[in-house]
Ligand binder design. Structure first.
Ligand code: GDP
Ligand code: MG
Length: 297
């Protein structure tokens, strides 16, 4: 029998409960973009963590949610559901305070997975006094008797080791699937596009970010600097105007914030140029989604 372990762990839950924050905390670095807005995560991303004798392959999924009208939402739901079927363990992230219909949807998708289920009750830093947490945990345990229930704070990094211990027990003995220094399966280009999207989500109001998609047109590493040219696609001319902002200020801010993070990611100076183009209806067309890199599942 092998003495190393290796396996896949899905991080699932309704939008905005803190799945991506949890992944970043577990990974000790920013892999997955986060914001206060729901549906920040659109693509599936693997976080690879190797320590001691175990390799953990974390899959951050776009949240499962109830609005299936748009193609992009259907894509995200399909994606999350298909991931759940193929993993060794599932972390079901819920918010400490509220349980709603969308949590029910996730719970339904998880039926049959009871034995490998770990419920992470997130944001418990927001509960005071802490003994208010007990009834929440008991209720969840009663509803999911076979699951492990553990309170965590993804943001403050509390109880994360305990969570990882629970996960480790559930992943099988196996050789490592990836080199032990690799941290993700995604390319640098992909990570760069995601960072730009995060800054859009954080800088703009509600409508525009969901209508935006990023394409990297140039990515060229020279000895001292990485040259990057990106195009941000939006659906309407009005959105383009909002994104650029008066005197180009908004786009400039987004570009500066993105460059700081990209320089960290690539450990290099970066020259970033952003263009904005209108491509109407991209988020509601399966074909346009494919052309922007959303693989059908
Ligand atoms: P996702 O949609 O499930 O991936 O959620 P995100 O990771 O993008 O997080 C959504 C929001 O919740 C962000 O504003 C996070 O900063 C916040 N958040 C995540 N985890 C915690 C936590 O443990 N405590 C608190 N107070 N906020 C959190
Ligand atoms: Mg997310």
């Amino acid at each position: 029998m092998k003495n190393t372990r290796c396996g896949y762990i899905a991080i699932v839950g309704r939008p905005n409960v803190g799945k991506s924050t949890l992944l970043n905390t577990i990974m000790d670095q920013k892999l997955s973009i986060t914001s206060k807005k729901p549906q920040t995560t659109r693509h599936q991303l693997l976080g690879i963590k190797t320590f001691n004798q175990a390799q953990f392959l974390y899959v951050d999924t776009p949240g499962i949610h109830s609005n299936e009208k748009k193609a992009i939402n259907r894509y995200m739901n399909r994606n999350a559901r298909s991931v759940i079927r193929d993993v060794d363990a599932v972390i079901f992230v819920v918010d400490r305070g509220s349980w709603n219909k969308e949590d029910d949807l996730v719970a339904e998708a998880l039926a049959g997975q009871a034995g490998q289920l770990i419920i992470a009750v997130n944001k418990f830093d927001l509960i005071t006094p802490r003994n208010r947490l007990l009834p929440v945990l008991e209720k969840l345990q009663a509803r999911f008797p076979e699951a492990e229930v553990v309170p965590v704070s993804a943001l403050k990094g509390e109880n994360i080791e305990q969570l990882e211990t629970l996960i480790e027990k559930r992943i099988p003995y196996s050789e490592f699937y990836f080199p032990d220094d690799q941290v993700t399966d995604r390319t640098e280009r992909f990570m760069v596009a995601e960072i730009i999207r995060e800054k859009l989500m954080r800088q703009l109001g509600d409508e525009v970010p969901y209508a935006a998609s990023i394409q990297i047109d140039r990515f060229e590493r020279t000895e001292n600097i990485v040259h990057i040219v990106a195009t941000i696609f939006v659906e309407r001319a009005g959105q383009k105007a909002i994104l650029i902002g008066a005197g180009g200020k908004k786009l400039k801010r987004i570009g500066i914030d993105a460059r700081v993070d990209i320089e960290k990611l690539l450990a290099s100076k970066v020259m970033l140029t952003n263009w904005v183009k209108v491509k109407s209806g991209w988020s509601d067309s399966e074909r346009a989604l494919k052309s922007l890199g959303y693989d059908p599942v």
